[in-house]
Design a protein around this ligand. Structure first.
Ligand code: PMP
Length: 373
């Protein structure tokens, strides 16, 4: 069975699993304990993982807070900023095509007295930086949260431009980079103006249940202050207390190390795979299909395709014995996609769309299965 739902999740790499195994058995120490070697080994493993994740993102290790994943990081950052800066303002800006972990968090805040602006996007789901500038001049927000790359369309936002606007205007900027990490090059040390970032390890062949919130250090070398997510023993710089999930952290660190080493090779491979799949689909289905995604400036390996006249749920079910694909994001499969609605598709177009998402571990020859459908 060909797995083409890598935006939903990816398979853990064997090297990642092997790196994790000792921490599920013999190396069971609590990294917050002191002096004995079981604890020190765990602490050292966590430190090493933090360095590897920081390298992948291009930030400092002490700007990394381990969380349970991007949903948690998104909640943490948005609620944490909203709460900490409530005296400064109550306006938050995001977009109509964010992941539910952003949109639902914003809706929750709206019910609690905050004002949220959901920016429109273009036909490929991208934000216009001018809209960001306009909203800042109209009603200065305390936070702008915009995804780096879209999970349904792959479109990459002009993050650098938006970050400069935010920096110039002294507004916090958060990016949800969950789909982009490992598939798009990003070096936080080279982009001024990004204060926060979220990502999840299972999107780049690491384990599930572990992710990161990047919180930029200020001029004094301290993390940008926000309200802690979990109060308790003070782990993760007192922002996210709780005994660290060492095995998962080690797995994420290994996956990050591999993603960093292979980044260019993986991007090339994904581009090759995508080109091959597009060519086969076009040859086979001609005018019976159309692509919702842009062809350039996107996360390689994510395709959103309308199969005209065919219900997407039926298609996904019929394909299931041969290949795993999805009707959009895995997170909202029962509801029509808010992303596709926001780019202006009709209900009919929405109901015929399926998403293919490739991985650098997919083999080119495996795509020949499409020729035999
Ligand atoms: N943001 C985006 C853009 C995503 O695609 C996802 C996962 N589909 C998430 C956040 C949430 O990630 P997780 O389910 O690992 O918390």
């Amino acid at each position: 069975m060909l797995y083409l739902d890598n935006s939903a999740t990816t398979q853990i790499l064997p090297e990642v699993k092997d790196a994790m195994l000792p921490y599920l058995q013999e190396e069971f120490g609590n990294p917050s304990s002191k002096f004995y070697s079981l604890a020190q080994n765990s602490k050292q493993a966590v430190d090493e993982a933090r360095i590897n994740v920081a390298k992948l993102l291009g930030c400092e290790p002490d700007e990394i807070i381990f969380t349970s994943g991007a949903t948690e990081s998104n909640n943490f950052i948005i609620k944490g900023v909203a709460n900490y800066y409530k005296e400064k303002g109550n306006h938050i800006v995001t977009t109509k095509v964010e992941h539910p972990s952003i949109i639902e968090t914003c809706k929750y805040l709206e019910h609690n007295g905050y004002k949220v602006t959901y920016l429109d996007v273009d036909v490929f789901g991208r934000v216009n930086p001018e809209d960001v500038l306009n909203i800042i001049s109209t009603d200065k927000p305390i936070l702008i949260s915009i995804m780096m790359g879209n999970n349904e369309l792959g479109s990459i936002n002009p993050i650098q431009e938006i970050a400069s606007i935010c920096k110039e205007n002294n507004v916090f900027f958060h990016i949800d980079a969950t789909q982009a990490i490992g598939k798009v090059s990003l070096n936080l040390s080279e982009v001024e103006g990004i204060n926060f970032l979220s990502c999840s390890s299972h999107k780049f062949h690491g384990p599930k249940g572990i992710g990161v919130a990047f919180i930029k250090k200020d001029e004094l070398g301290l993390p940008t202050p926000i309200t802690p997510l979990l109060h308790g023993g003070g782990q993760e710089m007192e922002l996210r207390s709780g005994t660290l999930a060492v095995h998962n952290i080690v797995g994420m660190g290994k996956a990050a190390e591999i993603a960093f080493t292979n980044l260019n090779r993986n991007i090339n491979k994904l581009e090759k795979l995508e080109n091959k799949l597009v060519t086969i689909l076009k040859e086979k289905f001609n005018s019976n299909i159309s692509f919702n995604n842009d062809q350039k400036n996107k996360i390689p390996g994510i395709l959103s395709v309308q199969f005209k006249g065919i219900n997407n749920e039926v298609l996904v079910r019929n394909l299931a014995p041969f290949m795993a694909v999805s009707t959009g994001s895995a997170c909202s499969s029962s509801k029509p996609s808010h992303v596709l609605r926001a780019i202006g598709l009709t209900m009919d177009q929405l109901r015929t769309t399926i998403r293919f998402s490739l991985s650098s571990t997919t083999h080119l020859e495996e795509l020949d299965i499409f020729n035999n459908l």
